[in-house]
Each structure stands twice: as structure tokens, then as C-alpha cells.
Design a protein around this ligand. Structure first.
Ligand SMILES: Nc1ncnc2c1ncn2[C@@H]1O[C@H](COP(=O)(O)OP(=O)(O)O)[C@@H](O)[C@H]1O
Ligand SMILES: [Mg+2]
Length: 596
């Protein structure tokens, strides 16, 4: 770009002058009535600053025209009759967003966020349009280092200008993608993953609740043209059909990875009067069993400092044996007579709750792990598969949670995230490659705290910790949800960047409004009207809050909206498929068990 100023105004582009200023908003009296129809909500306006080189940039929030009657100029031929005429009072209300200088020090054409000064009354105001707009929007991404550019689409107010976010800032302090169902969230995630794939060592773990992102690892053949190349590796939390001969990409989360609280949140009934006894016996035995493993593995250094929460394998049958012993053992009275044991009968319900979980194949990924997952060295290999797969393996990992029972989904996502976060936490700082958790459908496992049950609180604990401290260790969240009002406020309020797609529900809009500075209230009013794939991008990753049209991703997620009307003309119901589905329902797994 040359050094010539990118904003140049002539008299026809002069809108009018400043008539009222408060801390965020400026009211402009429009004197050039011909320009008013060209200004709309979202249009940009330049207000002459304190020097000739400075303009304050505002975004239009409201355009108004009031009609007023006034005495017309007296007719020189009939000076005694007072004629009335109707004249328009045109006004624009704008929010101040930034400061542009044609030259600052030695740098030409500089735009920065925030107004450096408040506009003065009577200052000239101009509408930014045409060539000015094109050059100005181009300026927004210009200073970005090519290594930081995250290209998302184009600006709605100027289709020729590419919308580029600062990729570092976007992820640094958590981001959220919010929008009603069908507004284009999954496609936006796909696009961001596609952009990340272009980075050599992208490190992203996608929590895929519906198996939507499987296409990124295995792109479907398009009707025409070549098939796209995969950009991600697919993993899956073991379903009931994966327990006997699990494939290489099937993940287990054995019970011994859970810390004490996580395990108890699933097994313990807090309303049971014996709950404190049950919890304390459980804790004692698990600690002993873990210590036993450390002894036989000769891990003396770990043994010196481990806690009951350390992820160390132990045998579940051994734990049950110990608990059952407690539950049945008799005590000896002072006279040596047999009396009721100290724990006798107190653990019965705890044991049966634990056994019920162990027997249920849906919880197999946790309670029926494969043999190898009980080995001491297994954990390190498993974590390395996800955090440092090495070689030419994909850095973007899509983990399919679709077969995890919904009642334990929060614990499972929570344990998963906590484990990887803890590993990053304990890693040598200079060796950490930053990574991002993409939490799709976050309302399913990151609920508002007041509504959370014991299981959900465990997930919240893990994720809220990442939201608060993750930045320091290079761990970030990308929260995706269609119900922002059901997502933990603690987590949302830690997000610094928002991609907000069409949002129709009132409650959800209010939550989003509360997360944003007051000055953007006007901009947010347009949320229900956004087109599919259109979004407001707000936050420190972009210089101006802007309405953008997201680029359609090369590989579409499998969330395709069905065309009911068309398909009723083409797709006959298939009775064989229904019969097969009933069997799948019984099996609770899409992958048939390979029992031979
Ligand atoms: N940027 C876009 N441009 C055009 N169409 C889009 C765009 N993003 C999404 N769509 C369309 O909108 C539909 C819903 O998108 P999807 O990402 O599944 O929404 P969500 O995840 O919010 O429910 C898809 O069928 C997709 O084709
Ligand atoms: Mg979706």
C-alpha cells in the first residue's frame, strides 16, 4: 500500500456535524440529506478528530428522520402571508470504535481500536463508502503478520474486503461460536479447523457429540471433482461394540483415571445416610490399591508423593473384594464375642451401584477397559497419541463422543480435558505446544452451575479451571453452542472472542448482550436477522467488530440440513433399514460386536 492517505473526503461525502457526544455514542446532525439513504445500521462514519490527520471511526447504530414544520422564507411578493413548510431533521447515532490517522510518527495509515479523544461539537462527519470503504477494510488486516492471519470470509458491508482475524488472539484467551441451530456453527468450526490445518503443527482436539466431524478425517466423495484430502484424525470413545476387539483409534477412559470426586459423583448417593462411610472406605482402598501397583512396578519416587487422585492403575475386582469384606466382616466385642462389624451393611448400596455401572456395557469404555489399558505405561502412550502423535499424523483430532451415555457425558469430557490439561501443566514450559479444545454442543456438558448435578459439577470444575488458568499453559477453549443461556457463565465470560451467528431466542440474545460491552448493544440487535453463515465477529482478534459472511468450508460437516419437501419426493422409507436400526438400538452401538 502506498503512503497516500486511504481516507480522503470531499464535500459531497460530508454528512454533517457532531451535535452531541457522550462516553460511547455520538449524535450527528445530517445536513446532506442526499447521503442519508446510503447510510444504514452498520455503516461506518469518520469524524474529524483534533488534528487534520486524525479521524474517529464510528459505526452507525440508528438512522432517523424527523419531520418538522417551520415558517418558510417569506415570499418577497407577498411578505405578509406566513407560509409553513415541512423540513426533515436527519440524524445518525454512532458508536465510537477506533481512531484512524493518516500519519502517526513515521507510519502512514494507522488504525487502532478505541477512540483516542472524544469528538468535539460541530466537527465534520463523513460517510465511509466506495473506494474509502474498500481501502479502509483492507487496512484492518494489513498490519497482521502472515503467520497470524486467520482468514474467515468477507465483510458484509464490503464484499471485496477479506475478513481476517488475528489467529493468535482468537485462541489465546478462549473463543465462542454461538448461534441457533442451522445458523452455520458446525461449518464455521470446519472452516477454522481447515485454516488451522494449514499451520504445520496445529494442535486441536474436537469434542464431537454427534459424529458430525467424521467427514474431516474421511471426506465423502463429492458428486463431481476430486475428493478433498483429510485434515484430521478420527478417534472414538469406545462404545458397547468396541469392547472386545477395539480398533486402533478407539479410546478408553478407564476408571482409574478418575479422581476421587469424579468417581464418587457417579457412584455415591449423597442422600444415603452411610454416604460419608462409603466415601471414606472407597478412598482408603483405592489409595492402598494404587500404592500396591506402585510397589510392584517399583516406582519408588512416585510412591513417595502420589495421592489418591493420581492416575495409577488398579484392579477393580480387588476394590470390590475389599469393599465387600468391609460390608460383611463381623467385629469382635470387648468380651471377644462376635458383634456387628464397624462397616457391616453400610456399603451394600454403594457396592451395588458400582456393580451396576460395571455390568452396563455402555459404560464399558470406563469399567471394562481392554487388558492393555490396565498397564502402568498405557496412559503415557494414550496421551501422546492425542497431544503429540508425531510423524506426519494429523494435529487435529476429532473425538467422537456420540456413544457415551448422556448421564456420564459431563464426567467423561471433564476427565478427558482435565487429564490432557494436567499433562500440559506438568510439562516443561518451553516444550509445550499450545492446544485447543473445541467444545461442540457445550450446553450438553458445561451447564450453568446452579442447575448442575454432581456429575456435571465435575466437568465444570475441569473446564472452568482451564477457562481461568489455561492461557498460562497454552490451553484454550473454543466453546460452541446453540443455547448460550444454558452454558456456564464462568466459561463464557472468560471468552475474549465471539463469532455470533443468527440467534433467535430472546434468552440467548440477552446472555450474549450481557457478555458484550454496552456500546455494542445496537450492533447486537441485528442477531435474529443474520443470514445462514453470517456472523458478528467481536473481540480482540479483530480491530473492528464486524458483520462477516463466513467462507463455506472445503469439507462440510455431516450435519446437513435435510430437505424434507424434496426428499419426500425422492426417498422412500426403507423397512429393512428400520429392522436393522431396531437391532442397533438393542446393541446400543453402530459398530456390530465382532464376537466369533
Ligand atoms: N458460510 C456458509 N455459507 C452458506 N451456507 C452455509 C454456511 N454455513 C452453513 N451453511 C449451511 O447451513 C446449514 C447449517 O449449517 P451448520 O453448520 O450445520 O449449522 P449449525 O451447526 O449451526 O446447526 C448447512 O446445511 C450449510 O450448508
Ligand atoms: Mg452443528
Amino acid at each position: 500500500m502506498s503512503d497516500a492517505p486511504i481516507l480522503t473526503f470531499d464535500t459531497p461525502s460530508r454528512l454533517g456535524k457532531v451535535v452531541s457526544v457522550d462516553t460511547t455514542r455520538v449524535l450527528i446532525a445530517v445536513e446532506n440529506a442526499a447521503l442519508l439513504p446510503r447510510a444504514s445500521v452498520g455503516s461506518l462514519v469518520a469524524i474529524q478528530g483534533t488534528t487534520a490527520q486524525e479521524f474517529l471511526i464510528g459505526m452507525t447504530e440508528r438512522v432517523t428522520r424527523h419531520l418538522r414544520e417551520q415558517i418558510a422564507h417569506p415570499d418577497p411578493m407577498a411578505p405578509t402571508t406566513l407560509a409553513m413548510e415541512v423540513v426533515p431533521d436527519d440524524a445518525l447515532r454512532t458508536v465510537l470504535l477506533g481512531t484512524y490517522r493518516t500519519i502517526e510518527g513515521t507510519v502512514h495509515n494507522r488504525f487502532k481500536r478505541g477512540a483516542d479523544s472524544f469528538p468535539q461539537i460541530d466537527r465534520d462527519c463523513f460517510l465511509i463508502e466506495g473506494g474509502n470503504l474498500q481501502r479502509f477494510m483492507g487496512l484492518l488486516g494489513k498490519d497482521l503478520d502472515p503467520k497470524q492471519r486467520l482468514e474467515l470470509g468477507h465483510f458484509v458491508i464490503d464484499h471485496s474486503a477479506t475478513a481476517i482475524a488475528n489467529g493468535d488472539r482468537f485462541f489465546q484467551r478462549h473463543a465462542a461460536i454461538l448461534g441457533s441451530t442451522g445458523s452455520g456453527k458446525s461449518c464455521a468450526v470446519s472452516l477454522i479447523l481447515e485454516r488451522a490445518h494449514a499451520r504445520k503443527h496445529a494442535n486441536i482436539i474436537v469434542f464431537d457429540m454427534h459424529g458430525e466431524y467424521a467427514s474431516l478425517a474421511d471426506p465423502p466423495a463429492p458428486k463431481e471433482g476430486p475428493t478433498s484430502t483429510p485434515i484430521a484424525a478420527a478417534f472414538k470413545i469406545a462404545g458397547p461394540g468396541d469392547l472386545t476387539k477395539p480398533a486402533e483409534n478407539v479410546l478408553f477412559l478407564p476408571y482409574w483415571l478418575l479422581n476421587r470426586e469424579e468417581m464418587l459423583s457417579m457412584i455415591l448417593d449423597r442422600s444415603d445416610q452411610n454416604a460419608p462411610n462409603q466415601a471414606s472406605r472407597f478412598t482408603l482402598h483405592v489409595r492402598d490399591l494404587k500404592e500396591g501397583t506402585l510397589k510392584s512396578e517399583k516406582k519408588h519416587d512416585v510412591r513417595a508423593t502420589f495421592t489418591v487422585d493420581s492416575p495409577i492403575p488398579y484392579e477393580l475386582p480387588e476394590l470390590l473384594k475389599k469393599l465387600k469384606h468391609d460390608d460383611t466382616a463381623k467385629g469382635t466385642g470387648t468380651t471377644g464375642k462376635e458383634v456387628k462389624g464397624e462397616w457391616e451393611g453400610r456399603l451394600t448400596r454403594f457396592i451395588s451401584r458400582l456393580e451396576a455401572k460395571v455390568e452396563d456395557r455402555r459404560y464399558g469404555f470406563m469399567f471394562k477397559p481392554m487388558e492393555a489399558a490396565l498397564k502402568y505405561d498405557w496412559l503415557a502412550k494414550q496421551v501422546a497419541k492425542l497431544l503429540a502423535p508425531g510423524g506426519d499424523k494429523h494435529g487435529i483430532k476429532v473425538v467422537d463422543f456420540s456413544e457415551v451415555p448422556s448421564d456420564v457425558l459431563p464426567v467423561v469430557t471433564g476427565v478427558f480435558a482435565r487429564l490432557l490439561y494436567d499433562v500440559q501443566f506438568w510439562m516443561e514450559p518451553e516444550k509445550r505446544t499450545p492446544f485447543v479444545f473445541v467444545c461442540d454442543e457445550a450446553h450438553l456438558y458445561l451447564p450453568v452451575r446452579d442447575d448442575a448435578d454432581a456429575v456435571e459439577k465435575q466437568a465444570l470444575y475441569s473446564f472452568e479451571r482451564i477457562a481461568k488458568e489455561g492461557r498460562k499453559y497454552g490451553v484454550s477453549l473454543l466453546v460452541v453452542s446453540q443455547r448460550p443461556s444454558d452454558v456456564s457463565r464462568t466459561i463464557l465470560s472468560q471468552c475474549n472472542n465471539f463469532l455470533i451467528l443468527r440467534l433467535t431466542n430472546d434468552q440467548d440474545q440477552n446472555v450474549v448482550r450481557r457478555l458484550m460491552p454496552d456500546s455494542l448493544a445496537g450492533v447486537l440487535d441485528g442477531l435474529p436477522l443474520l443470514d445462514t453463515g453470517e456472523a458478528l465477529l467481536l473481540g480482540d482478534a479483530i480491530l473492528l467488530p464486524a458483520r462477516i459472511k463466513l467462507k463455506f468450508p472445503t469439507i462440510e460437516p455431516l450435519s446437513q440440513t435435510r430437505n424434507f419437501w424434496q426428499e419426500w419426493g425422492e426417498l422412500a422409507p426403507d423397512s429393512v433399514a428400520v429392522v436393522a436400526a431396531v437391532e442397533t438400538l438393542r446393541r446400543q452401538s453402530r459398530t456390530a460386536s465382532k464376537i466369533d
